[in-house]
Ligand binder design. Sequence first.
Ligand code: MG
Length: 374
Amino acid sequence: MRTIAIHGATGSIGLNAIDIIQRHPDRFKANVLTGGSNITKLVEIAQQTSAEHVAIADLAHYQDLKKFLPGVQIYAGTTGILEAACIDVDMCLAAITGSAGILPTYKALAHCDYLALVNKESIVAAGEQILAEAQSQNTKILPVDSEHNGLYQIFEESHRSALTHVTITASGGPFRSLPKDQFHTITKERALKHPNWAMGPKNTIDSATLMNKGLEYIEAALLFNLAPGQIKVVVHPQSIVHALSSYHDGTTLAHLGLPDMRSPISYALAWPERIKTPVAPLNLATIGSLTFEEPDYERFPCLRIAENVMKSSQAARIVMNAADEIAFQKFMANEIHFTDIPVIIQNQLDALSSSPINTIEDVIALDQSCRQKA
Ligand code: MG
């Protein structure tokens, strides 16, 4: 029996994980659940899973949560989320969205044997500190992001010296074929309609700007210890091939699967075993054709920004990540246009003066100062 803490339990990944966990009650026990502000959902899943510890980021819900979940240990606020991250479990699913996930993910590493990593922002901003902490705590990181999970499954560590490059795919998002002169007409509603994947709003908007792929490019470089030149991005609208690894003998290995997050989630939860999921088997004849194209950096400048940032510094990665989150919030509040998103990010990067990053506290401090300036 593997005990699991789900951080970000009320989000899209958290709920999919609970779906998998409930199909395998002999294997998994969700012991700790944390959420942002959706108290209704949090109470519902806490009752379904009989979790013993439940935390909510929004302090205003503390008393209600206590009332709805008698006998359950309740935590609230930023401190409560961190306390919940410090409860010992076998595995932690780090699925909080955005920078709010950095510190809980870091703290959890000392309290679990396996960290199933969803929160790509924590690696983008704090990859060095998180990987060092994982090593010193002897905690294994299992990537859940579909491309990185796919890459993890096909990556031959023993043939690292023969590796020429890896490729991660991008669906291209809802505006893959929209002409540039129409980008100013993009609304929040249209940007939130992803053609293939059902995801939370931050991930979906990032997919529409291709910043999601930019974050994943950096995530791949850090998680797999690759040079920026060793990672390629290709647009693949069907989202069936998730990752490829290419070797100097001319061989390329590919990871394929339907675009359903329950496959990578189950892989991480059950690692090193494979368990059954309700995901339909892949039928290539039904799909018919798989197509690939180069990303268009002209219409999607966020991808280029991220590639450049990876060659720069950790401070630049922190600023890019924070600026993207700020721009996302402004776009969701109808304060800016879709085309302003890369401009805001680039402006924040241009304003960055050199700042040395050593500790996790340095990461949080720079992230916070970006938000205050915005
Ligand atoms: Mg992904």
